[in-house]
Design a protein around this ligand. Structure first.
Ligand code: PHE
Length: 372
């Protein structure tokens, strides 16, 4: 054998035997695009979880390798990276993705390939309906919308509400529908219901109609970048009342973009970083140290971490890196994670509490917890 051929053969051998010592998990999130803070936090959370497991020896006697892909917050890109992770990287399981509209594009691909998948944060009801390989680590929007409506009606004493949402986004559209239904059931009135197209930066036409209808509260179910602009423009048009929204408000960039306009705003979320349970305290401390930041991790980081834990715990109990076995083990999950105790119902959704967060003095302040 010529020397270079020998070296090449040796390299292939080394690469193959290294691969056999690893378990590859695909991670997906929007690290760039419309809501980039979501992806960065999620990736950090997943990374921390994998490092903690690897420090204790990995799973099934092998090191865990996180193969992370950026879906850019775009459904078409999402479909591409799901396919790549499954076909090229041959991951045994998937943790992702973040936004419901992108997860809805990826989940059918995972389901068809029988690769177990858990979305950390996609709250739209349809996500887990895709099939028996699809799980999530978060509550769903019918619950989240109801919690928002009850908070507006009971705590803020609102009797009239207006909704504004992105018509091209399954999550924001669905969440406003859920809020509306619950607010009406409580005896409230929805006096304006305004859709805007995806990518809008000028919301004045919708907001003018809303403000003319004089709602006690505006329910805004968008992501943080739109929420901040909507609040700013509503204040410019003279609206001084409260906003209520969903988990899409959660970003350190919300206050950076919205400033004073996002004061007197409330949103439902998956965890509160200033909660004092031991699990939250440990996670916040380890996260800050690992990523050298003084900012507390947001819910995306917590759920990225939790979703990875749930998946690795299932792989461990499955005893084998096999799709069928892992999804069966996932279904039997009963695990305490940062955002609460996780057990799945028959639709592979966990039953979890929601936190209500208030923006006060430019900070996210925990207000209360609402149980299902
Ligand atoms: N729930 C949102 C969705 O389904 C994603 C999200 C979760 C955003 C948590 C922020 C915080 O699209």
């Amino acid at each position: 054998m010529r020397p270079y051929a020998f070296v090449a053969a040796l390299l292939v051998f080394v690469a193959l035997s290294a691969g056999a010592q690893e378990i590859k998990i695909g991670g997906i999130g929007p690290v760039t695009g419309e809501a980039a803070t979501f992806g960065v936090s999620t990736k950090n959370g997943m990374t921390l979880a994998v490092e903690e497991w690897n420090a204790k020896g990995g799973v099934l006697g092998k090191k865990i390798k996180l193969v992370f892909a950026d879906d850019k917050g775009d459904p078409a890109e999402g479909a591409t990276v799901y396919t790549k992770l499954i076909q090229q990287d041959k991951v045994v399981a998937l943790v992702g993705t973040v936004m419901s509209k992108v997860t809805l594009a990826g989940a059918p691909i995972a389901q068809a390939a029988k690769v177990p998948m858990i979305s950390p944060t996609s709250t739209n009801e349809k996500v887990t309906q895709v099939g028996d390989y699809i799980f999530r680590a978060c509550f769903i929007d019918p619950f989240q919308g109801t919690v928002g409506a009850k908070f507006a009606y009971n705590d803020l004493k609102a009797r009239t509400a207006a909704c504004i949402f992105d018509v091209g986004n399954d999550y924001t559209k669905g969440l406003s529908e859920n809020f509306q239904k619950a607010f009406l059931a409580l005896g409230g009135k929805v006096v304006a219901y305004e859709a805007h197209p995806t990518g809008t930066t000028d919301f004045k036409a919708q907001l003018t109609k809303i403000i003319q209808a004089k709602p006690d509260v505006i329910y805004c179910s968008d992501y943080y970048n739109d929420d901040a602009l909507i609040a700013t423009q509503a204040r410019e048009l003279g609206y001084t009342g409260p906003f209520v929204g969903g988990d899409g408000w959660d970003s350190a960039d919300l206050v950076k973009i919205g400033g004073a306009a996002v004061e007197n705003c409330f949103f439902t979320n998956h965890y509160a970083p200033d909660a004092t349970t031991p699990a939250v305290l440990t996670f916040v401390k380890n996260y800050k140290a690992r990523f050298k930041t003084s900012d507390a991790p947001d819910a995306l980081a917590a759920l990225g971490y939790d979703a990875m834990y749930i998946m690795l715990d299932a792989i461990k109990r499955a005893g084998k890196a096999d799709g069928v076995k892992i999804k069966e083990a996932l279904a039997k999950t009963d695990l305490a994670v940062v955002s609460g105790q996780v057990k799945f119902d028959a639709n592979r959704n966990p039953i979890k509490a929601a936190a209500i967060i208030e923006i006060k003095g430019g900070k996210q302040v925990y207000r209360t917890t609402v149980n299902p």
